[in-house]
Design a protein around this ligand. Structure first.
Ligand code: ADP
Ligand code: TRP
Length: 337
């Protein structure tokens, strides 16, 4: 019998990549195997609307994220997988939460602050230029995603830590305002070794930086991308520190303990970057070949994916309704007529 809830979401704002796999998907699927946890993994399509403005993109990108989860081992019988937009309760709770969220908290949220800083650096007079309320209140909607299911644990990459903390702070504020535990306080679960996976250019791997290694690509293209990872220009015979190499960092995530040890020794003895990247491609391809085949099958049958998501939405709403009713009653709004 599940006693605690684990929940996470991925935006359908582009193709899922290695950062998503290592920061969120893999840790979340490991947690889902724990029989004492109820797992809910969803596709945050309304969050994507802050950046994805092509109406034709949603259906395909949403199925892409769902198929990726399932291809890497999510069992839709055990894990509730759904689209955020299928759960109207999320948006109702979001309003209630907004009424308890100090505006100052949003001023401190990373994504908003990054926009302001960017405007300042460019000398734009209005520091809020380009900021809409979707971006500004993004953390409130994310808090609703989390709190609506009484989530205890939220596996995410480090970039999302602040958002989970804001969800917790909002819950605490509401509980304090009404003098009782209306909402469950969530905790982020962040893996030290994959908190921030580095992208092709050495910055955080992110769809927004166009520096990702997408998970589902033909082997040839995958190999090409591995070769594009930026390294220093030291010659093949120069000893290399495995501890500071992003190629080695990624290799470690997919190799066995003995492979890692052997490869570290080769770095120290001197290995050409071409060869090191070739070795990364080999272990990566070994990991994704199976999921890629399953992914292709799933993507070829959109009706089946849509059925899985519809069933997930039905189950998610069943869990969401009593929580929303509890909060509505708590603030004094009568149940729906
Ligand atoms: P992106 O930053 O590419 O738009 P998302 O925002 O959709 O990716 O992220 C979905 C999940 O994947 C989140 O839990 C996020 O923290 C995690 N994630 C994304 N990029 C990375 C990364 N480079 N390293 C670790 N985790 C990541
Ligand atoms: N904001 C997250 C991201 O950009 C996606 C997300 C939306 C999410 N709602 C969530 C993650 C709830 C965890 C829990 O990656």
């Amino acid at each position: 019998m599940a006693t605690r809830t684990v929940l996470t979401g991925i935006k359908p704002s582009g193709r899922p990549h290695l950062g998503n796999l290592l920061g969120a998907i893999r840790p979340a699927l490991e947690l889902a195997r724990d029989p004492s946890l109820r797992a809910l993994y969803f596709i945050a399509d309304y969050h994507a609307l802050t950046t994805q403005r092509d109406p034709r993109a949603y259906a395909e990108l949403t199925r892409d994220v769902a198929a990726t989860w399932i291809a890497f081992g999510l069992d839709p019988e055990r894990v509730v997988i759904y689209r955020q937009s299928d759960i109207p309760e999320v948006f109702e709770l979001s309003w209630i939460l907004a009424c308890f969220t100090p505006k100052g908290w949003m001023n401190k949220a990373h994504a908003y602050k990054a926009c302001v800083q960017d405007n300042e650096e460019k000398g734009v007079a209005d520091v809020d230029a380009g900021v809409d309320m979707g971006l500004y209140t993004y953390p409130v909607l994310m808090a609703a995603d989390i709190l609506l299911f009484d989530s205890d644990v939220v596996p995410v990459g480090k970039d999302q830590k602040q958002h989970v903390e804001i969800a917790r702070d909002i819950a605490q504020r509401i509980n304090h305002a009404y003098g009782r535990d209306l909402l469950v306080l969530p905790e982020p679960a962040i893996r030290e070794d994959t908190a921030t996976v580095v992208g092709l250019d050495g910055r955080k791997m992110s769809k927004s930086y166009d520096n990702t290694i997408p998970l589902m690509m033909p082997p040839k293209q995958l190999k090409k991308l591995c070769n594009r990872i930026v390294t220093d220009s030291s010659p093949p015979e120069a000893p290399k520190d495995p501890g500071t190499s992003s190629v080695f960092e990624l290799y470690k995530q997919f190799a066995s303990a003995s492979e890692i040890e052997a490869m570290a020794a080769r770095y120290r003895a001197g290995i050409g970057w071409g060869e090191a990247k070739g070795a990364l491609f080999e272990v990566l391809e070994r990991e994704v070949a199976g999921p890629r085949a399953r992914y292709e099958e799933l993507m070829a049958d959109p009706g089946e994916l849509d059925r899985i998501l519809a069933e997930g939405a039905r189950r998610a709403r069943e869990l969401a309704r009593p929580v929303l009713e509890r909060v509505r009653a708590g603030v004094g709004i009568a149940p729906p007529a």
